[in-house]
Design a protein around this ligand. Structure first.
Ligand SMILES: [Zn+2]
Length: 301
C-alpha cells in the first residue's frame, strides 16, 4: 500500500510552537527589552512555527482524502434531519449496547494515543488506499485552554499540534481520535467527529468502542435535551444508562463555574462565528451534524 508520512515536527518539541509564538514577544521584552537579542528570540519562535507548518503543508499535499459523499452517500455539512423518534430510538439502542458491559479505562494516555492512531490510520487506509502516518504525540497543555475554557482539547491546524486539557474519562479515546483527524488533514469539526467515531466504533477493542458509543449517545441526548443540562440529566436517568457510564456523561455537562459562565458564552459565540467563516455550520456540527450524518449513512434517519 502507498505510504505517506507527515513529519509533524512541532508535536515532538517540549513546548507547543504556537504557545512560543504567543509568549515570545512578552518573554523577549521581559528578558531583553528592545534589544537585538529580544528581537532574535521573537524571530526564532516565528521561524520554528512557520518551518514546521510549511513542511507539513508540503507533505500533506499528497495525502488522499476520504470522499464522504462517494463512500457514505451523505454530505457531512448537509445531512438530512432525522425524526425526534429515530434520534430517541438511537439513544436507547446505544444505552442498551453500553449496558452490556463496562470497561474501565486503564491504559496510560501515551499508549492509548498510539493505539487510537493505529486504528484511525487503518480505517482511513481502507477508505483511501493510502497509509497516512502522523505523530501520535499528545500534550496536556496549550495556551488555547485559557481562551476556550469549555474545550476538551485543541489542535493547531497548521502544525498538527494536539493537546487534551482535562481528564475526559470514558471519552478520551474519541477525543484523541477527533484531534488526530485534524492532524491528518480533516480540518472540519463534523468530519473529525464522524471519522473518529467510525474508526473506533468497529475496531474490535472494547474500550475504544465504548468511547465511541458514549460520544454518540452524549451528542444524541444533548440534542434531544435542547442543549439544557437539566433536561440532559433527566434523559440520562430515563434511558437507564448504567451508573459507571452515567456519571462519566453527567460530568460533561456541569453547571458552569464563574469563569466559564462569564467567558464561555462569549468565546462560544466567537468560536461558532469562526466555524461559519471556514464553511462549517457552527457548533451544532459537533452534535447535530455528527449524529444526523450517522443516522442518514446507516439509513435509520
Ligand atoms: Zn476539533
Amino acid at each position: 500500500m502507498e505510504r505517506l508520512r507527515i513529519p509533524n515536527l512541532a508535536t515532538y518539541l517540549p513546548i507547543a510552537p504556537s504557545d512560543l509564538l504567543l509568549a515570545a514577544p512578552v518573554a523577549a521584552r521581559f528578558l531583553f527589552g528592545a534589544t537585538p537579542a529580544g528581537r532574535a528570540l521573537q524571530v526564532g519562535a516565528v521561524g520554528v512555527y512557520a518551518g514546521s507548518a510549511a513542511l507539513d503543508w508540503a507533505f500533506r499535499a499528497d495525502a488522499k482524502r476520504v470522499d464522504f459523499e462517494a463512500v457514505f452517500g451523505v454530505d457531512p455539512l448537509a445531512p438530512p434531519e432525522p425524526t425526534a423518534s429515530s434520534r430517541r430510538a438511537d439513544a436507547e439502542r446505544l444505552a442498551e449496547a453500553l449496558n452490556g458491559g463496562y470497561r474501565p479505562m486503564k491504559i496510560p494516555r501515551r499508549e492509548l494515543a498510539a493505539e487510537v492512531d493505529r486504528h484511525l490510520t487503518e480505517f482511513l487506509a481502507e477508505l483511501t488506499g493510502q497509509w497516512l502516518e502522523t505523530s501520535a504525540e499528545v500534550r496536556s497543555y496549550m495556551l488555547a485552554q485559557v481562551v476556550f475554557p469549555f474545550a476538551l482539547g485543541a489542535a493547531d491546524p497548521l502544525t498538527g499540534d494536539v493537546a487534551i486539557f482535562k481528564s475526559v474519562g470514558v471519552f478520551e479515546p474519541h477525543v484523541i481520535a477527533h484531534e488526530f483527524c485534524h492532524r491528518k488533514g480533516y480540518l472540519k469539526e463534523v468530519e473529525a467527529q464522524i471519522l473518529a467515531y467510525l474508526a473506533l466504533a468497529g475496531c474490535g477493542d472494547p474500550v475504544l468502542e465504548q468511547s465511541a458509543f458514549c460520544e454518540r449517545l452524549d451528542r444524541q441526548l444533548w440534542v434531544l435535551a435542547g442543549r439544557k443540562a437539566d433536561r440532559y440529566n433527566e434523559l440520562l436517568v430515563e434511558i437507564g444508562l448504567r451508573e459507571e457510564l452515567r456519571t462519566g456523561l453527567e460530568r460533561r455537562h456541569p453547571s458552569e463555574d464563574a469563569y466559564a459562565s462569564l467567558v464561555g458564552p462569549l468565546m462560544k459565540g466567537m468560536y461558532d462565528a469562526r466555524m461559519k467563516i471556514t464553511g462549517q455550520n457552527g457548533l451544532s456540527d459537533y452534535d447535530e451534524g455528527f449524529t444526523n450524518f450517522l443516522l442518514a449513512a446507516e439509513g435509520t434517519a
